[in-house]
Design a protein around this ligand. Structure first.
Ligand SMILES: Cc1cc2nc3c(=O)[nH]c(=O)nc-3n(C[C@H](O)[C@H](O)[C@H](O)COP(=O)(O)OP(=O)(O)OC[C@H]3O[C@@H](n4cnc5c(N)ncnc54)[C@H](O)[C@@H]3O)c2cc1C
Length: 531
């Protein structure tokens, strides 16, 4: 085992910044092939800590009625739950986004839906023939067929189980899904009877009897196939990779054409580390922030930012929830069901409808509502606090009776939607009219699909706090004037710098991002390993 001093003296073949799906998957593929890999992760090595908060939300450690977790006070608690622990800013409003920070990144919290994008997603402009004013490229620099073999590899690696979507080409070789819950089986039959094409949502999950899906918190059953369990831990255990956790990269030093040093804070010290190649995977907020903060004389607008596009074109998906009251009852925590009949609709693209799994427990939701109300209309807070216990109990009862579906709509890239590096890190994001129009259509069509069920729409698509699917802020493309990365995710202008997290997407597609991030990381690693 090397000491920190030895790690510092070494020149690594690869330093990977961030251990989410992008970083851990790429680093694993490189370490497996015998390359020397050092992972740097801002959060904790959660698999190593007996005090990590598993199987429950960190919020439940607070007394009943407490406001939502906030920083700096609750940062240690958030970190032990694998959660992002810095506040970010959105037009003066500060909040801690619900994202992962720790080994596995957001995948340590994710709902495990591992969906391929559609072939049409790789030619986005064709789905939006009317001018939508977005910076939507005609095509991604790679086609679906380029990614298809890596999708298959990623599905195998993450042990994805489910059924192929009947509306997509090809038949991915997936592990068999578990038996669906009674409410989801009923919903599936309902959608089928309406001429829709439901299928079993592909999940990166082991078939464990009492699996709770653990969306939003760390799994305590060893069934969530996240990036830490599937890639990072094996890379360390079996392939000699090293990890420095609680290590925040604060800056990349660079010459005119390469990164020369990775500067980090770790254990109360600031020091530089060196690698032949640097793989940046700090997430769609973290990666552009780091590049923008790494200004120097060669890079006055931020590292690798000749295009001016680093941090721009932020997308986050428009996600609404629907609580559907089925006849069958019983617990249905798992994501089990999806249909993509509304993916392409009336000449445009909407998105997918799928099981959401579980919302956080009612007291956590009530605390969030309380904070939002306090921010918007403080004079209503006392009244809210009065009715809160009764309202919380009613909400808990409602949530027990219904099944949650999510409608995930593609939001388009607009250059004015972006991150600002701060500090504090900020976002500027607004839904543009073409997105709002499609959202209205999507809502109407989902309502039609659910009829005659009673359902409660929980519209959240407009909320900027919903950043779980953030992407797009370092887009790839063939033209250095209109993209940050080339088709192999190498920064156009910086020879030894690659960005492999969700920030590379030039468009967000209308479904879950994790499988595409993983498949692409494998594709980039394969390229790096070519002689
Ligand atoms: C609750 C939740 C549920 C989700 N469910 C699904 C789902 O079912 N299916 C799906 O496809 N997607 C889902 N997602 C989204 C999915 O998890 C993310 O899109 C994906 O994991 C992003 O991976 P990434 O590699 O881009 O970055 P991240 O997961 O964000 O990883 C970035 C990592 O970099 C680290 N980091 C950041 N800055 C620094 C720094 N300066 N120095 C060192 N390290 C740094 C972070 O701590 C983090 O670990 C969900 C997300 C959440 C939050």
């Amino acid at each position: 085992m090397q000491s920190i001093e030895e790690i510092r003296r070494n020149t690594w073949e690869y330093i990977v910044i961030g251990t989410g799906v992008g970083g851990a998957t790429a680093g694993y593929a490189l370490a497996r092939a015998g390359r020397s890999v050092l992972f740097l992760e801002k959060g904790h090595a959660l698999f190593d800590r007996h005090d990590a908060l598993r199987g429950r939300y960190p919020e439940l450690e607070l007394p009943p009625g407490a406001p939502p977790l906030a920083t700096p006070g609750h940062a240690p608690l958030l970190a032990l739950g694998g959660r992002f622990f810095d506040e970010i800013e959105d037009q003066g409003n500060r909040f801690v986004p619900f994202l992962g920070c720790g080994t596995g990144g957001s995948s340590a919290l994710y709902g495990m839906a591992m969906e391929r994008f559609f072939p049409a997603d790789f030619e986005p402009r064709k789905s939006f023939p009317v001018d939508v004013g977005a910076s939507l490229p005609d095509a991604w620099p790679i086609a679906y067929d380029d990614l298809s073999p890596f999708y298959a590899q990623a599905e195998g690696l993450y042990r994805v189980r489910g059924q192929p979507d009947p509306l997509r080409p090809g038949h991915p070789d997936l592990l068999p899904p578990r038996k669906p819950s009674a409410p989801n089986a009923e919903l599936s039959a309902h959608f089928g009877s309406k001429g829709l094409h439901p299928y079993r949502l592909p999940l990166a999950c082991e078939a464990v009897a009492d699996c709770q899906c653990c969306q939003g918190y760390l799994c305590d059953h060893d069934c969530k196939n996240d990036a830490a369990r599937i890639c990072l831990e094996p890379a360390i255990r079996n392939h000699g990779a090293r990890l420095l956790d609680a290590c925040e990269v604060v800056r990349l030093e660079a010459t005119a054409d390469e990164v020369s040093e990775v500067i980090c804070h770790h254990g109360g010290q600031t020091f530089g580390l060196r690698a032949a190649r640097v793989i940046l995977a700090a997430g769609a907020l973290g990666s552009p922030a780091l590049l923008l903060r790494s200004k120097n004389d060669h890079w006055p607008r931020g590292l690798a930012n000749g295009s001016g596009l680093v941090g721009r074109n932020l997308m986050r998906h428009c996600v609404d929830l629907y609580l559907v009251f089925t006849r069958a009852s019983g617990p249905s925590p798992m994501k089990e069901l999806a249909f993509s009949d509304l993916y392409q609709f009336a000449g445009t693209k909407l998105g997918t409808v799928q099981s959401f799994g579980m919302l956080p427990p009612a007291p956590i939701l009530m605390a969030t509502v309380g904070k939002e109300l306090h921010d918007a209309a403080p004079w209503l807070s006392p009244l809210f606090n009065l009715v809160r216990p009764i309202a919380g109990a009613a909400l808990a009862a409602l949530l027990r009776r219904g099944v949650l579906l999510a409608a995930i709509m593609e939001d388009l890239p607009y250059a004015d939607n972006r991150i600002t590096p701060g500090p504090p890190l900020g976002i500027q994001y607004r839904l543009h009219d073409p997105d709002r129009i499609r959202l209205a259509t999507f809502r109407k069509q989902v309502g039609q699909a659910l009829k005659p069920y009673r359902y409660l729409p929980l519209h959240q698509a407009e909320k900027n706090t919903m950043l779980a699917h953030a992407c797009g802020t370092c887009r790839f493309g063939d033209d250095p004037a209109s993209s940050v990365l080339d088709r192999f995710n190498r920064a156009h202008e910086v020879d030894n710098l690659y960005v492999v997290d969700g920030s590379f997407f030039p468009s967000s597609a209308g479904t879950n991002p994790a499988l595409t991030i993983a498949a692409n990381a494998l594709r980039v690693a394969e390229r790096l390993l070519r002689p």
